[in-house]
Ligand binder design. Structure first.
Ligand SMILES: Cc1cc2nc3c(=O)[nH]c(=O)nc-3n(C[C@H](O)[C@H](O)[C@H](O)COP(=O)(O)OP(=O)(O)OC[C@H]3O[C@@H](n4cnc5c(N)ncnc54)[C@H](O)[C@@H]3O)c2cc1C
Length: 349
């Protein structure tokens, strides 16, 4: 069967590796001249990462003990869960090499510029026939546009900053509307911090100033789109399927896209001959649970006063029903947030 995957990001390459395991050799088309990572804070939970049919351990920059959620006025809630911060660019390049070594075909400088029912057309005028087409072409997916599926995105900006991270072992998330309507993050790598937020660089500069991070140590400035609308009802059309950011699989609460890709690629490779079943399985999978979207909507609409109150509730205390009674107006919101966080912790950030 002629299978074409559009895009050699994590979704395209991991799906490619999964298909090879089933004895199917797809062709991946990548528009860039070489395999390279898009903007990413590089965090991934260890449970999901181990499920890829590839040894990711050499590309782990730092092992993480868990996450810390910071609220205004310095209150903090910690959650222990094993995770990693990757050297994502190297990881992706090596996975792509492995894909080719195991018999997959990969073409760079191959931008898909049009699609019809049987063919993809490259920007150089080449026409290629497909029997299955997989859109793994990221948040601005041409395949998704061809299928007529819409999504919402927000912009994420990030600096990579030189920093001694030897005593940092947690991913830090900051919920404070002074900086971002969503959240800001500090993820430690080996001697580098990934510092970013959903919003603009001006807001990120303000964040850096507040946390005393020196702009002179910035190594790289990057930005990208984060889909936040959750997995849509439709991710297939005839013999075409979407995966990854093209399918809005990013966890809308955390913005994390790697874990959903890892779980979805396993399902897609199982049902490559029956895409309706792929869509059905994804719909019922925790990565597409509507609770994540509901929790994100709560988070987007919380005020700093509410975030401060939530922070106070959890800060260093054992969470109890009677404490919660002090803030009855927050009970339904905390309930929805809690549901989303529990799901995200189990199935990937
Ligand atoms: C600032 C930021 C921080 C993030 N941090 C994290 C994090 O810490 N953890 C996490 O899990 N997720 C994070 N994410 C999300 C994560 O990066 C994405 O979910 C992930 O990259 C999606 O992978 P993908 O393969 O679906 O898409 P992409 O990584 O976007 O890859 C798509 C590929 O398709 C190619 N392509 C596009 N169009 C065409 C075309 N027409 N023809 C051929 N090729 C094409 C592109 O060049 C690209 O190589 C972050 C996102 C942003 C923006």
């Amino acid at each position: 069967m002629k299978i074409i995957i559009v895009g050699a990001g994590p979704a395209g390459i991991i799906t490619g590796l999964r298909l090879l395991e089933k004895g199917i050799s797809p062709l991946i088309l990548e528009k860039r001249a070489q395999i390279e990572s898009t903007a990413c804070a590089e965090g991934c939970d260890a449970y999901s990462l181990k499920k890829i049919p590839f040894d990711s351990s050499p590309y782990i920059s730092k092992v993480i003990k868990g996450v810390k959620f910071f609220f205004p006025k310095n209150s903090c809630l910690s959650y222990h869960i094993e995770g990693v911060v990757l050297e994502r660019d190297e990881w992706l390049k090596e996975m792509a090499k492995e894909f080719v070594k195991r018999g997959g075909k990969l073409r760079t400088n191959a931008r898909v510029s049009a699609i019809d029912e049987k063919n993809v057309f490259l920007s150089n005028g080449e026409k290629m026939e497909y029997e299955r087409l997989i859109g793994a072409d990221g948040p601005f997916s041409i395949v998704r546009k061809y299928m007529g599926i819409k999504q919402k995105i927000v912009s994420g900006v990030q600096y990579k900053i030189k920093y001694n991270t030897s005593d940092m072992h947690y991913l830090h998330f900051y919920f404070d509307k002074r900086f971002s309507f969503y959240y800001s993050w500090i993820f430690p790598k080996k001697n580098v911090l990934n510092v970013g937020l959903a919003g603009k660089f001006k807001q990120l500069d303000n964040f850096l100033d507040t946390f005393g991070l020196n702009k002179k140590n910035i190594l790289k400035k990057e930005a990208g789109a984060i889909p936040i609308s959750g997995v849509p009802d439709r991710i297939i059309k005839r013999n075409i399927a979407l995966i990854g950011d093209a399918a809005s699989m990013t966890n809308p609460l955390s913005g994390g896209g790697l874990s959903p890709i890892i779980h979805a690629s396993s399902i897609l490779s199982n049902y490559i001959y029956d895409l309706k079943e792929y869509e059905r399985e994804i719909k019922h999978h925790p990565i597409a649970n509507p609770a994540l979207l509901k929790a994100k909507n709560v988070l987007f609409n919380l005020t700093n006063e509410e975030l401060t109150a939530i922070g106070k509730l959890f800060d260093g205390k054992i969470f109890g029903f009677f404490t919660l009674l002090k803030y009855p107006f927050l009970i339904p919101k905390i309930w929805l947030l809690r549901k989303g966080v529990v799901l995200a912790m189990k199935w990937g950030w």
